[in-house]
Design a protein around this ligand. Structure first.
Ligand code: IMP
Length: 502
């Protein structure tokens, strides 16, 4: 006989948090949203920890390199979409990794035997006024000097004057050695009243510049998520088909963490993909797996060696999997059951495997509920697709600004391998739609607002960290009538734009 679940499966909308005692130190500025991304042993620190519990979805319409930099600046991780060629996905990862926070690869470089005309021409093209003069004219060459606009007067000098005659030579430069921290570099900029500080290796080769103008931007992003070389952290999606080629290319490009992107992850294909990683890289390459919606699925992927496990089938805003195939589970029920399995597994093995709630976040409070129910972090598609940084077009439709957002299983993305579990590739029917979402402005403003709400609710629950929230939250089911009670009701809403009735 088939197995039946006793309870109907439930969504986040069917729950609320009941406040706990808040002491006086329970203030939003004391809340930490740090959270582990990959598994770790009891008593040890997770090898990757995010500063905020948000990751952006593995989707064409959400996660490219621009989104990845914007989200890493706020402390989260983007998983660059895998439904593109291996080369273009690896190039996106590389672009994020070359964006070393505060340490910039020099994009204006010339040789000392070139001329003032070359300087002027380069400045016109790049718009930058600091030019590194290296022996071979590259960004990694041996640095011999620097030219800024203070070094020449166009009206007094002939265009064919050699750069070596007017550059500030290396012997007069203030520079720092590779390995210095961003704050040390910034101190040098201030102490020596410089606009640009070259960073060089032990062979006098230029590695980076640190610019004074970037100083404010780093002050403004105290949460930014960086690797040990001060580069932004980035993830990438992989599939269970071409992983033997795709994974090495992504690892080579510098991806910090991978994730198998599949609508249904309780499958042998996922184990094969993880086995490939373990045989080639051991534990040094981190990979998440999924999606699953129950304890059995979690345990399978845990035993297969996944570094984190993603939860959710059918709850995504653009998803029609439940309608098309009749599989799935309410997102809240799935998270609650998998979180319990994760805790039991930790108790038994001493290994903590973070879980990610993927899809179905509509209101900001759903984020808090997902965390309270046990998720360590949350993957969002619709949420991020509304921002300036998403890769899609912004359109004005009947006076309303919208952005495009389409599912990986839509005819537009044609990412069929996400859905067909490794068959012969002929199974092609849609599991997602093509849609518009209301345009919402910058990622930074929106993420900060959403997380301020999360922090405020955590304080109401008397908790200052995500693990405390997971342990101490009090969660209640709500009835249909109490949902009505929860919105504005029994009043006539004012249209504040023109003071009329709505
Ligand atoms: P959202 O945040 O509710 O928009 O959900 C995003 C999630 O939906 C993604 O992270 C995927 O897990 C899932 N998803 C993406 N594309 C599709 C699709 O075409 N069909 C079904 N699910 C999808």
């Amino acid at each position: 006989m088939a197995q039946y679940f006793n309870e109907p499966s439930r969504t986040f909308n069917e729950y609320l948090l009941v406040p706990g005692f808040s002491s006086k130190d329970c203030t939003p500025d004391n809340v930490s949203l740090k959270t582990p991304v990959v598994k770790y042993k009891k008593g040890e620190a997770a090898p990757i920890i995010m500063n905020i519990p948000l990751v952006s979805a593995i989707m064409q319409s959400v996660s490219d390199d621009k989104m990845a930099v914007a989200l890493a600046k706020e402390g989260g991780i983007s998983f660059i979409f895998g439904s593109q060629s291996i080369e273009s996905q690896a190039a996106m990862v590389k672009r994020v990794k070359s964006h070393k926070a505060g340490f910039v690869k020099s994009d204006s470089n010339l040789r000392p035997d070139q001329t003032l005309a070359d300087i002027l021409e380069l400045k016109k093209r790049s718009g930058h006024s600091t030019v590194a003069i290296t022996d071979d004219g590259t960004a990694e060459g041996k640095i011999l000097g620097i030219v800024t606009s203070r070094d020449y007067r166009v009206s007094r000098m002939s265009n064919d004057t050699k750069i070596s005659e007017f550059m500030t030579p290396f012997s007069s430069l203030v520079y720092a050695q590779e390995g210095c921290t961003l704050s040390e570099a910034n101190d040098m900029l201030w102490d020596h009243k410089l606009n640009a500080l070259p960073i060089i290796d032990k062979n006098q080769r230029l590695t980076h510049f640190v610019f004074r103008k970037d100083y404010d931007s780093h002050k403004a992003n105290p949460n930014e998520l960086l690797d040990q070389h001060k580069r932004y952290v980035v993830g990438a999606g992989v599939n269970t088909r071409d992983y033997e080629q795709r994974i090495p290319a992504l690892v080579e490009a510098g991806a910090d963490v991978l994730c198998i992107d599949s609508s249904e992850g309780f499958s042998e294909w996922q184990k094969d993909t993880i086995d490939f990683i373990r045989s080639k890289y051991g534990d040094s390459v981190k990979i998440g797996a999924g999606n699953v919606v129950d304890k059995e699925g979690f345990l399978y992927l845990a035993e297969a060696g996944a570094d984190f496990i993603k939860i959710g089938i059918g709850g995504g805003s653009i998803c029609i999997t439940r309608e098309q195939k009749g599989i799935g589970r309410g997102q809240a029920s799935a998270v609650i059951e998998v979180a319990e399995a994760r805790d039991e597994y930790f108790e038994e093995t001493g290994i903590y495997i973070p879980i990610c709630s993927d899809g179905g976040i509509v209101y900001d409070y759903h984020m808090t509920l997902a965390l309270a129910m046990g998720a360590d972090f949350i993957m969002l598609g619709r949420y991020f697709s509304r921002f300036d940084e998403s890769p899609t077009n912004k359109l004005n439709i009947n006076g309303t600004y919208v952005k495009e957002y389409w599912g990986e299983g839509s005819n537009r993305a044609r990412n069929w391998q996400r859905y067909d579990l490794g068959g012969d590739g002929t199974l092609k029917f849609e599991e997602g739609v093509d849609s518009y979402v209301p345009y919402a402005g910058s990622l930074k403003d929106n993420v900060q607002l959403s997380l301020n709400k999360v922090k405020s609710t955590m304080c109401n629950c008397g908790t200052l960290t995500i693990p405390e929230l997971q342990k101490n939250a009090k969660i209640t089911l709500v009835s249909a009538t109490s949902i009505v009670e929860g919105g504005a009701h029994d009043v006539i809403l004012k249209d504040t734009s023109n003071n009329t009735l709505r």
